[in-house]
Design a protein around this ligand. Structure first.
Ligand code: NIG
Ligand code: FE
Length: 411
């Protein structure tokens, strides 16, 4: 058994980027090699080497299937590490309002924003959410995504938050990583952020854990949303229960989110556009992965995070779409990468590493995915594009074959 991909014109292993733990990436960290072959055994990468040099013990094995890559480029599957994929309805009317001058916070304070998506999501059945979610998953897969993070957070009560997480478990094709984001906004049933967080920690997190619906907890620390102090207490409780934590931090104002992330050793701090030199330094020294979400910055027309400063200071940076109906109604990885290049001046190797190794770290899956190395999961993109044409043309749909855990999931 086994699948040999032969005739690969350029292979990008990203091994160097993984060795540098996703920090200060340059072209030499992409592991570029010409005329290569790659062997998949079951769900793992078994061998990588020059064309025609497959060791005899493998070549002799029965049932080896060869696939001619016909000069394609092969790279690790993309890791999309921040989405709010399960939601019902849209917020197009709000987008128009925001565009005409009403702020995100004003809309939220009037019961719009996250709470409007909450009403639609609570009213949807599990099956409706799965059906809609699967279409969105398929769209990610067609772009080369092999691992997909999905947050809850549009239901904000026990029953429906669990329903959303159950929907994530029913999604097919990619490896999914679910995150509990009950602390996304204050639902109408509660008067204070503190009492809602207590409810989440006392009643909801134990259920999520018992039912094994998520092993990660996220929170939206922001003015008009969850305050830093109460959030820190909540996240500590989550950590005591064995959850990994991460934070929507410093998106609309400098609200202490990055500080809490560093203090608690969060897996990631996401957004970070309001941070100053002080936070850049402390994030760079930490293990926190800095997740940049430039399409959200485009839609909210604020500014972009200081990616270049973070990278130069030694921080690990990842990229993601933040796909959600409010601030980032797009699943377009190319647009994310293009904005990272144009607006954040990230180099192309940094963008590629951000969508592979960096994002794998954000999910704490760096030993399984994100780079092409022997023993790692056979998650890969085989594309007709030259690597330098990646994240270049918005709306492109180059021919590609996508493998996840050794299985073809898109062709
Ligand atoms: O990542 N910032 C908080 N959460 C989302 C927005 C959610 C929404 O507006 O529906 C974000 O941008
Ligand atoms: Fe988000």
């Amino acid at each position: 058994m086994g699948i040999l991909l032969k005739n690969i014109s350029t292979l990008l292993t990203l091994e160097g980027a993984r060795r540098k733990e996703g920090r200060r990436i340059t072209e030499s960290d992409l592991g570029l090699a010409q005329k290569q072959s790659l062997l998949i055994e079951k769900d793992k990468i078994a061998w990588i080497g020059p064309q025609g040099k497959l060791p005899k013990e493998w070549a002799r094995k029965k049932g080896l299937k060869e696939i001619d890559m016909k000069g394609r480029t092969v790279l690790p599957g993309f890791v999309e590490c921040h989405t709010h994929l399960i939601f019902a309805g849209d917020r197009a009317a709000e987008f128009e309002m925001r565009n005409q001058g009403v702020s995100y916070q004003e809309i939220a304070a009037k019961g719009g924003g996250i709470l409007s998506t909450m009403k639609n999501t609570r009213a949807s059945s599990l099956q409706q959410l799965v059906n809609q979610g699967q279409k969105r998953v398929n769209h990610f897969i067609s772009q080369g995504v092999t691992t997909l993070e999905v947050k809850s957070g549009y239901a904000l009560n026990l029953k429906d938050e669990l329903k959303v997480l159950q929907a994530v478990q029913k999604l097919d094709g990619v490896r999914t990583v679910s995150t509990f984001l009950g602390a996304h906004a204050l639902p109408p049933e509660f008067k204070t952020y503190e009492s809602y967080l207590e409810f989440l920690a006392d009643k909801v997190l134990p259920e999520v854990k018992k039912k094994k619906l998520a092993r990660r907890v996220d929170i939206f620390i922001e003015k008009g949303f969850f305050p830093a102090e109460a959030s820190e207490k909540y996240l500590r409780r989550a950590q005591e229960m064995g959850f990994e934590v991460l934070i929507h931090a410093d998106q609309m104002s400098l609200s202490g989110g990055s500080d809490v992330a560093v203090k608690l050793g969060a897996l990631s701090g996401d957004h970070l556009l309001q941070i100053t030199e002080r936070e850049v330094k402390s994030l760079a020294k930490s293990e926190v992965t800095c997740v940049m979400l430039p399409t959200a910055d485009l839609y909210t027309r604020t500014k972009y995070p200081p990616a270049k400063e973070l990278i130069e200071a030694g921080a690990r940076v990842a990229l993601a779409t933040d796909f959600n109906p409010g601030t980032s109604p797009t699943q377009d990885l190319n647009l994310v990468g293009l904005l990272a290049r144009l607006e954040m001046k990230m180099s192309l190797p940094q963008v590629i590493a951000g969508y592979t190794v960096g994002a794998a770290y954000a999910l704490n899956l760096q030993s399984e995915i994100g780079s092409l190395e022997i023993g790692k999961s056979a998650d890969l993109i085989c594309t007709t594009q030259d690597w330098q044409c990646l994240f270049y043309s918005v709306g492109e749909s180059a021919e590609k074959t996508v493998f996840s855990r050794g299985k073809k999931i898109f062709d």
